[in-house]
Design a protein around this ligand. Structure first.
Ligand SMILES: [Zn+2]
Length: 439
């Protein structure tokens, strides 16, 4: 028996600690699923039950996708290149016809497995039948942040608004004490949920000390709708209802007034930037550099596969960095360090898990990735963080560990059969096409 369960040695260890420390010829040692040592390989030693030598790899924290609807992967590419309203009409028709607990499970497993193999170890997900997403995450061995949905209209799960608070409470009760499931409240948006229901959702989140997540200020139409209905803008509305704060996570925040931006910064509210979704749906350019300058804790997301088509967090990082520069006309806007922090340590903070997730530091969970650098696009490699943000891609992900357990090995899923997932998704194609009159 070694001192440690596992030691992985790599060319670089990108820790994502507060100083974004990089250790050349470094190693991570794991005991009982937790990082027991991290440092120069010689200092960490070799005394482990399993020793992995990876001289052509970067070791980095598992990425955290802070906004996703994994189950929507079933509808990837179904309808494209239409304005938002007719596009949504078709997607909703298909969702209404197809989604049930079992198909949500198929979609969730497909979407989560795609992310896991791409280096993501924790996902914040908002979708119908969140218990199906929990099952999928458990099967794969990933961490999941999710919870009861709030939506005023009859949902794709066949439920009505009055069932939502009870369902949300049951979800908390069921997953209390499970460190793989971070439970919170998932509110669709201020234009689809009444002020009364928003307050109920906020009170539940507060009672459990849990996150309160919602779409906010994604489009101009949303801002106009909320302004007309309530006489105030989306983030002002949330602020007036007492719903901003350090447990609140707002997805998008593309269209913000100066006052809204200030309110987000002042309250310690977290923001999830979804660059690909914003680009493809022509939502606009989120003021990421300005939010960063205002001290807002920024995180990154892929959104669902109906609005971004894939769930690639490496692409999200690269788009985030390049878009911030293009949108501000400042090539110095948003550094590589800031962008990598968004996908790792900032996300852990937004989840209230900065003590256990988001960086490779002693005492934190052993959630990490090995990234292959024996690739043409990785040479010559002056700086591993620059490489991760600007030239690496998810196909470079070799191994993925969660709590020290290897879930992806040499680019292959360990805990599930990828070909089964593909077959299950393809089996639904005839029914999906029929649901939108294209059989
Ligand atoms: Zn979304």
């Amino acid at each position: 028996m070694g001192v440690y369960d596992l030691i992985v040695r790599g060319r670089y260890v990108v820790t994502c600690d507060a100083a974004m420390t990089v250790i050349e010829d470094g190693a991570i040692a794991v005991r009982d699923g937790v990082i027991a040592a991290v440092g120069p390989a010689e200092a960490v030693g070799r005394d482990a039950d399993r020793l992995v030598e990876a001289p052509e790899r970067i070791l980095m924290p598992g990425l955290i996708n802070m906004h996703c609807h994994a189950g929507d992967s079933l509808f990837r590419g179904l309808v494209e290149d239409l304005p938002l309203e007719p596009w949504l009409e078709t997607v909703w028709k298909a969702e209404r016809a197809i989604l049930n607990r079992q198909t949500c499970r198929v979609g969730a497993e497909l979407g989560l497995a795609e992310q896991l193999i791409g280096g993501v170890t924790t996902v914040m997900d908002m979708f119908w039948h969140p218990e199906a997403t929990v099952e999928a995450a458990r099967e794969l061995g990933m961490r999941l942040a999710t919870g009861g949905i709030f939506f005023d209209y009859p949902g794709m799960d066949g439920k009505f608004a009055d069932a939502r608070p009870g369902d949300t409470e049951s979800f908390f009760a069921e997953h209390a004490g499970n460190d793989r499931v971070i439970v919170g409240v998932q509110v669709h948006g201020t234009y689809t949920v009444s002020p009364e229901a928003l307050k109920v959702a906020g009170a539940i989140a507060e009672r459990h000390g849990a996150f309160f997540s919602t779409h906010a200020a994604e489009t101009e139409v949303e801002q106009a709708t909320v302004s007309e209905r309530y006489g105030r803008r989306v983030v002002e509305h949330l602020d007036d209802l007492g719903l901003l704060g350090p447990r609140t996570v707002l997805a998008h925040c593309v269209h913000l007034s100066d006052d809204e931006r200030a309110a987000i910064a002042r309250s310690g509210t977290h923001v999830v930037h979804n660059p690909l979704s914003n680009l493809k749906l022509a939502s606009g350019f989120a003021p990421v550099a300005a939010l960063h300058a205002a001290g807002v804790n920024l995180t990154l997301g892929t959104d669902g596969a109906i609005s971004g088509n894939d769930l690639d967090m490496f692409l999200a990082m690269r788009l985030c960095a390049t878009l911030a520069k293009a949108a501000t006309g400042d090539a110095a806007a948003l550094t590589t360090h800031a962008v990598l922090a968004m996908a790792t340590r900032n996300a852990a903070r937004a989840l209230g898990r900065e003590d256990s997730l988001g960086s490779l530091e002693v005492g934190k969970a052993a959630d990490f990735v090995t990234l292959a650098i024996d690739r043409l696009h990785a040479a010559p490699l002056f700086d591993p963080i620059t490489h991760i943000v600007y030239s690496a891609n998810r196909a470079d992900v070799a191994d993925v560990y969660v709590a020290g357990r290897e879930l992806v090995s040499e680019g292959r899923l360990v805990t599930t059969d990828a070909s089964r997932l593909i077959a299950e998704a393809r089996a639904l194609v005839p029914a999906i096409l029929a649901s939108v009159g294209r059989a």
